[in-house]
Design a protein around this ligand. Structure first.
Ligand SMILES: Cc1ncc(COP(=O)(O)O)c(C=O)c1O
Ligand SMILES: [Zn+2]
Length: 362
């Protein structure tokens, strides 16, 4: 498989033979261009079932991927829940981390550096631990204690910054030779991991869903789905990309703003994992929503709390930032955006087991 980096802004193209996380010419986000893509499913029941379309070897793996897809007829006849919170570290981020850390190892990194609202940090810390390399993780100081202590327990160095944006700045400034900045919001390899979700949905459902509803902040899941479904389209395995519906937290809805304009800015507090306010790949995120005929929904804390409780009372131990997708689903149903016979998938992205302390306060 031959792979090139191509800058999504200036078009600069170069062979993907060393670690880059952004364009060396203009600083824009890089895409990966893969030569002669072909899908052959392996016998594995994890992310590497789709190895034939992943431009990395499984140098490090914790058994990520192949999470359950269950029919949720209590919501609607053809509604499914994709239990991404059952990944090894309790979030979909493990798909991206497995591929990105494997690639960083292949390129000789001895340390991985990441900034995160929590889950990506936990995930990168776990894969670094599994690989026996160092991890340095920058998080906003108000990240949930459960997430911060998990990062430390995994053996990573944890650095607390004054905000989510400051965590990003500090992480980038800190990188030294031999270290790989993962920066999942920028990283093209990370998206090669999250794209497997599209392949997996097709594999599990037998056909592409009509609509997928997901929480969105920096866009790594949205763009992974967009890349994956487009590859499936070009491989002739599906005939249209599902409508992608992004649910965002009020006050942190940069994608909504870019598409629909101004909105209520009072910041929601519950969706702590969805606080990236300047996603570097915003132009690509807009394209994914527009070209898939999807939309963006802004969710308040009250709406989110209802969905979170609804899921918990049915046994789904998810975190608030996951429950936001159910709030998006409710809005879409109320406004007749989803046909009765359509197959709809709600992605439950993160585990509530990191939230026990917060749950008892709400
Ligand atoms: C549980 C959970 N869901 C959804 C997201 C949103 O993912 P992204 O920022 O890639 O859009 C995150 C990001 O941290 C998350 O932790
Ligand atoms: Zn460029």
């Amino acid at each position: 498989m031959k792979v090139w980096y191509r800058c999504s802004r200036c078009g600069y193209t170069t062979e993907a033979s060393s670690w880059l996380w952004r364009c060396p010419k203009c600083g824009g986000p890089l895409d990966l261009i893969i030569d002669s893509l072909k899908l052959t499913l392996s016998e594995r029941r994890d992310l590497w079932r789709f190895s034939s379309v992943i431009p990395a070897r499984p140098v490090v793996t914790l058994g990520e991927g192949y999470t359950p897809l269950i029919n949720a007829s209590f919501l609607g006849k053809n509604t499914y829940l994709k239990l991404e919170y059952l990944n090894p570290t309790g979030s979909f981020k493990d798909r991206g981390s497995a591929v990105a850390v494997s690639k960083a190892l292949e390129f000789g990194a001895n340390t991985v550096v990441e900034d995160s609202s929590g889950n990506a940090g936990i995930s990168i810390a776990a894969y670094a631990a599994a690989a026996g390399i160092r991890a340095r993780i920058y998080v906003p100081k108000d990240a949930p204690e459960g997430k911060k202590s998990l990062i430390r327990s995994l053996g990573a160095e944890l650095i607390e910054a004054s905000s989510r944006a400051e965590a990003g700045r500090l992480a980038i400034e800190s990188v030294r030779p031999g270290e790989a900045y993962i920066g999942h919001a920028w990283n093209p390899w990370f998206l090669q991991g999250t794209k497997t979700l599209a392949y997996e949905l097709l594999d599990q459902l037998g056909h592409a869903p009509d609509a997928v509803i997901l929480p969105t902040s920096a866009g790594t899941l949205l763009l992974g789905l967009w890349i994956g479904f487009n590859e499936l389209l070009s491989l002739g395995l599906i005939n249209k990309v599902p409508r992608l519906y992004a649910a965002q937290a009020q006050g942190f809805a940069s994608l909504y703003e870019k598409i629909h304009g101004d909105y209520v800015r009072e910041p929601a507090r519950l969706a702590d994992a969805l606080r990236v306010s300047n996603p570097p790949r915003i132009e690509q995120m807009v394209k994914a929503i527009r070209w898939s005929n999807g939309d963006v929904l802004v969710i308040t804390d009250d709406e989110l709390l209802q969905s979170w409780k609804f899921l918990l009372r049915r046994g789904f131990i998810v975190e608030p930032s996951s429950a936001i997708a159910l709030s998006g689903y409710v809005k879409l149903r109320e406004n007749n955006y989803l046909g009765d016979d359509e197959d709809v998938v709600i992605i439950l992205t993160g585990s509530g087991l990191k939230y026990i302390d917060i749950m008892s306060k709400i």
